[in-house]
Ligand binder design. Sequence first.
Ligand SMILES: *[C@@H]1O[C@H](CO)[C@@H](O)[C@H](O)[C@H]1NC(C)=O
Length: 420
Amino acid sequence: MKITPYLLLAIASTASSVNAFTPSQRNARSNSLTEIQSTVVPAPTRDVIRQQQPELGEADLYVNPPVRNPPVPGSIMKMLPKNTFDIDTPTSLFYFGIDLLAVVATMGFLDIVVTSANYHALPMWAQALCVAPLQVLTGFAMWCMWCIGHDAGHGTVSKSNKSINRIVGEIAHSAICLTPFVPWALSHRKHHLHHNHLDKDYSHQWFIREERDSLHPAIKASHFTRNLQLPILYFVYLFLGIPDGGHVFFYGRMWEGHSMKEKADAAISTMVSLATAGALWSTMGFSDFTVVCMVPWCVMGFWLFMVTYLQHHSEDGKLYTDETYTFERGAFETVDRNYGKWVNRMSHHMMDGHVIHHLFFTKVPHYRLEAATKALKEGMEEAGMGDMYKSIDTPDFTQEIVKQFNDNWFFIDEKQVVRE
Ligand SMILES: *[C@@H]1O[C@H](CO)[C@@H](O)[C@H](O)[C@H]1NC(C)=O
């Protein structure tokens, strides 16, 4: 596509230079008429082109379009409804309460089924079939609750009272979602500050496709087995600390520069997670704990991975380096995804309001994202920058993540990296 203007130029320069030929040249041309007719565009001579334009090298044909700058957050704020930045604690707590009910009801029902005499009378395959839909449902309820803990991590449950954010976060994330609240909020904040930065982003790792042959053997092995990993990637992320650092054992890049005091505070969250898991395990026994809690936890982890991956990966997505990164450029590489009205709603607009979330991650609570996103879309169009806002309908999200992860894994093409 990029070649087209040059091709047109070449055609134009040939056409305009026909009269510049000397009579003998013209004769030479008509002598080789048959040859010319067989060619679509007669190739102009070098000298003729030089008269029209400077000589082009290979690199000129593939030069990147200039990097555009999205509007700064200050001017985006003016596009949004006035109440976008109102953090209303009762509203936040209302959604927290709804999701608490949803998790207790689905998980409670699953537990009743699993501990019933009828269930125990079934052969194993029938037991698995009978609990699978309930596990998917419980996992989805946990995912919705996960989104509430996510707001708490950004301090958008209460603007002024840190203890409210902390309490909601410890219950929603550390206890219910077995996601240590403070460690996760820490690594997640680093993701927000460096979204779509080639080396400094968190939660995402990026490998350049062209360099695939020179990757470490362990990374190659991970790529080779990628399709088996989808349900356990969240465990690998939190527990093994790949790639950001441990959220249960504190090591790795996310802890660099953090004091013992911060780590001790973060350890409280990890303690809450371990104590919850330990208490459930010892009360229910290992097998029921696995069926009722851990399989739904993997479903929740799958949701988190799917949503996170799809909203930061798109065909034309760009990555930036220290030389080219700005907060706004990174934010506008986020993709809003429409999973369908009810899934969007129940997931608290995590997927369809994510551009706004990235622009104002400590300022806009989840229940303002939908209206703000609509206003952003309109505002950007009015400003003539509608194409900078990315939004993709993804109703077949589960097929999409499986396909994307199989095709692309954590690879991006070199041409997607904006280096200068
Ligand atoms: C913050 O909220 C907690 C729990 O509701 C309450 O006990 C505490 O007094 C509040 N703190 C402030 C500074 O308002």
